[in-house]
Each structure stands twice: as structure tokens, then as C-alpha cells.
Design a protein around this ligand. Structure first.
Ligand code: F6P
Length: 321
């Protein structure tokens, strides 16, 4: 079987571990594996390079993606998808494995309308916002990166008894904010999945101050409906009569060496993708749910929503003390 592999959209730590597993397990099981450089656009630009075992040496521990990534406007069009299908057919590919987020799963679904080859997706995004897997590749590392930063911010916040708003990534999803918020003892977590008014937020902060908390942390997902952390801090400062400080963590969350959890998840999903293809299973995203490896049809990965744990969310005020 001749397989192409690519990474697409925002990079996430341990994408490399997935590329390594796909390449090595694929080669061991008599497949030819080609890396596509530059994401989906790389198919259109015919950036194919055959990979061997040595091509994926010394990458298991590295963040980013050796295949490089991108977001392709051309691939969003029917013409682009047809062109990609023709190139893949002309080059004799039997299958394409793409590692990425919901945009990548949508692209694979669209490509399936034009290409007879077999398609498999791997969930690679720090946002953890794909249905069909408990965790996406890179989420754990991103949360740990943010935790490290927040623990440091807590030191200075406590020393000055300040209110801090810390913005984490998550344009449309609050999973990073949720995990980081609970793991750092935040007083409030603002995320797209929950509606919090400025009034409610101010009240939470005032209550925390009244309880003589030495510092107050508010974790804000970048996609929260109240706006970004700077905007929220400006209004909150007025309401509580105290200047709130802001830290935007940004891209630092997406880089760095992947955690052991992400390396193993990526390795399992990469190997499973090859097993699926060799067993004739395709047309979906591989994922791990309750410890089981599964294949979920592309469309479900974005149309169904993974839920935020409401029970735990209900404990936030009690835990904030
Ligand atoms: O990788 C996902 C993500 O981190 C989102 O949370 C964020 O909004 C987006 O990528 C930003 O990435 P870029 O600036 O590369 O488009």
C-alpha cells in the first residue's frame, strides 16, 4: 500500500511522534510511506518525499512538525479538491493520512467526494475540540505549558495580592481554559461553552477578595463571548475599583517537547491508523475513547460536541475557597 501522510492547520506537540509511528509501523508492514510537506497545499504543490525509518529518527521528543503545516485556501474549493484527487491518483497513492484539527477533518471529508483512495484522520490540535477522542494529540502538552506559566504568575500575583486575568488559547473551545483553571486553582474560568456576565465575574472576584484570598486568578479562553483578556480586564478593573493585570500566553502553549502522555497517544493513534488501513477500515478519524481505539466518521468529529464536565464546573466556586 502506498500511503501519503501530512500535517495540517495549527501544529501541536507530538505530531512528530504520530508521523514516526505511521512511518515505522507502515514500513514494517510493507507499505511505502511518503511525507507531504506544507499541509494540504503540499499535495497541490506536489511536495511528496518518501520517508524511511531514518527520516523519522530523533523526532519523538520534538514539538512542531517535521512535515511543516499550513492552511490552504485552494484546497477549500471544489477545484482544489479535484486537483488534489487527480494528483494523488496519478502518483499511485492508495491512502492519505492527515493529522490536524476540525478543519483537516472537514477537508478529508470533502476530498472523499472526489477521490477513491482511503482517508484517515488523526486528531492533532491543542484545542481538544474533536468528538471521537477523549484527548487530541498536543492538548496535554499545551495544558502543561500553560500550567507552568500560571504557577509563575501566581507567585507574583500573591506577592502583590493582585487580580490577574490569564488568556489561554481556544478560539472556539474552552478545554484548555477548563483544565488549566482547575489545575491552578482559578477563581473563575471564562470559556465559549459557558455564559458569564461581567456582573457575575465582578461578583466572583469581589467575593474572593472579601475572603482575604492573597491573589485572584481568572483564566480566559481566547474565544470567550465577553472578549479578550485585555478588554475584560479593563471593564473588571472599573467594576471592582482595582487595576487587574493581564497575561496572554499565546503561542508558547503550542510549542515545546511533548509530554509522555502526548507521545504515547500519538504513537498509539499513528500505529492504529496503519492497522485500520491494512484491515480495510477508513473514512474517519482515529481516536481513543475510554482506553479503546476507535474510528469515527469525519462528519461526526465536528458536528457532535465533546462536552465540558458540568459536575466539575459546578465545583469551581467551592474549590476556589
Ligand atoms: O491550534 C489551535 C489554535 O491554537 C487555536 O486555539 C487558536 O485560536 C489558533 O490555533 C491560532 O492559530 P493561528 O494563529 O496559527 O491561526
Amino acid at each position: 500500500m502506498k500511503i501519503a501522510v501530512l500535517t495540517s492547520g495549527g501544529d501541536s506537540p507530538a505530531m512528530n511522534a504520530a508521523i514516526r509511528a505511521i512511518t515505522r509501523v507502515g514500513i514494517h508492514r510493507n507499505c511505502e510511506v511518503f511525507g507531504v510537506f506544507g499541509g494540504l497545499q503540499g499535495i497541490l504543490d506536489e511536495q511528496f518525499h518518501e520517508l524511511n525509518s531514518r527520516s523519522v529518527s530523533r523526532i519523538l521528543h520534538r514539538g512542531g512538525t517535521i512535515l511543516t503545516t499550513g492552511r490552504s485556501e485552494e484546497f477549500r474549493t471544489k477545484e482544489g479538491q479535484k486537483k488534489a484527487a487527480k494528483i494523488l491518483t496519478d502518483r499511485g497513492f492508495d491512502a492519505l493520512i492527515a493529522i490536524g484539527g476540525d478543519g483537516t477533518m472537514r477537508a478529508l471529508d470533502a476530498l472523499s467526494n472526489h477521490w477513491k483512495g482511503w482517508l484517515i484522520g488523526l486528531p492533532g490540535t491543542i484545542d481538544n475540540d474533536l468528538y471521537g477522542t477523549d484527548y487530541t494529540i498536543g492538548f496535554d502538552t499545551a495544558v502543561n505549558n500553560a500550567l507552568e506559566a500560571l504557577d509563575k504568575i501566581r507567585d507574583t500575583a500573591q506577592s502583590f495580592q493582585r487580580v490577574f486575568l490569564v488568556e489561554v488559547m481556544g478560539r472556539t473551545a474552552g478545554f484548555i481554559a477548563f483544565h488549566v483553571g482547575f489545575a491552578t486553582g482559578a477563581s473563575a474560568i471564562l470559556m465559549p461553552e459557558t455564559q458569564t456576565t461581567m456582573e457575575e465575574l465582578a461578583q466572583k472576584v469581589i467575593v474572593a477578595k472579601d475572603r482575604a484570598k492573597s491573589s485572584v486568578l481568572v483564566v480566559v479562553a481566547e474565544g470567550d463571548e465577553l472578549g479578550n483578556a485585555h478588554r475584560i480586564a479593563a471593564e473588571l478593573s472599573e467594576r471592582i475599583g482595582e487595576k487587574c493585570r493581564v497575561s496572554v500566553l499565546g503561542y508558547i502553549q503550542r510549542g515545546g517537547n511533548p509530554t509522555h502522555f502526548d507521545r504515547i497517544l500519538a504513537t498509539r493513534l499513528g500505529a492504529y491508523a496503519i492497522e485500520c488501513l491494512l484491515n480495510g477500515k477508513h473514512g474517519g478519524m482515529v481516536g481513543e475513547v475510554d482506553g479503546n481505539l476507535i474510528l469515527t466518521p469525519f462528519e461526526e468529529t465536528w458536528s457532535k460536541k465533546k462536552q465540558i464536565d458540568q459536575w466539575m464546573l459546578g465545583l469551581l466556586d467551592e474549590l476556589a475557597g
